[in-house]
Design a protein around this ligand. Structure first.
Ligand code: NI
Length: 198
């Protein structure tokens, strides 16, 4: 079987196919960005535990890839993120989390593997943590910051799609933090107030 009348790879004007492994979340056509623990200073609640976890090592917390889509209204960006199992103190490994620069844009995540949560909050202070497991999709509505958190022993792998020109605002979360944290208490994921929230 072959394509007919297809153009170049990543032809966002005329369409294209690519390999995308739904077990691993990886594609041979894309490099992944990597976030190591040293790049997440101040984002976990327990600074002493963070310093200890970084002492002489720098574990990989998550990686991600996204399509090199032009940021045009009407295009869709998609990709995958993979959060590895681990904790800083009792707080699970997570992504930095972001709002979209265009706040009024939503996003779909589909969980390929692992067990985790999508932690979301809006500027008005509403928050929710939705459980992710393989086969579940989560709708992240417009106006909600979103962060994936791995609570299992396997990597949490999610596929995502969003409006290509939505943009990413990481700074608000880096500065203010989330109102809530997901930590392990009595062996179970538990929501607590973030003592660092500003
Ligand atoms: Ni997003």
């Amino acid at each position: 079987m072959a394509d007919f009348n297809a153009g170049k790879p990543f032809d966002f004007e005329r369409g294209f196919t690519m390999d995308f492994d739904l077990k691993t979340g990886f594609s041979t056509m894309l490099d992944t960005g990597k976030r190591y623990l040293s790049q997440m200073k101040g984002m976990f609640a327990d600074d002493a535990a963070y310093d200890a976890a970084c002492d002489g090592q720098d574990p990989l917390v998550y990686e991600f890839h996204g399509m090199p889509v032009p940021e045009h209204e009407g295009d869709l960006a998609f990709g995958c993120s993979i959060v590895y199992p681990g904790k800083v103190g009792n707080e699970y490994y997570m992504t930095k989390g972001h709002f979209h620069t265009m706040l009024e844009t939503a996003e779909i995540y589909y969980c390929l593997a692992g067990h985790g949560y999508m932690l979301m909050e809006n500027p008005e202070g509403d928050w929710l943590a939705l459980e992710l497991e393989a086969g579940k999709a989560v709708y992240v509505p417009k106006r909600y910051a979103h962060r994936s958190i791995c609570v299992g022993n396997e990597p949490l792998r999610t596929f995502f799609v969003f409006r290509a020109d939505a943009g990413h605002d990481y700074g608000t979360i880096e500065t203010k933090g989330y109102r809530k944290l997901l930590v392990e208490a009595d062996g179970k994921p538990t929501i607590i107030d973030n003592p660092k929230w500003k």
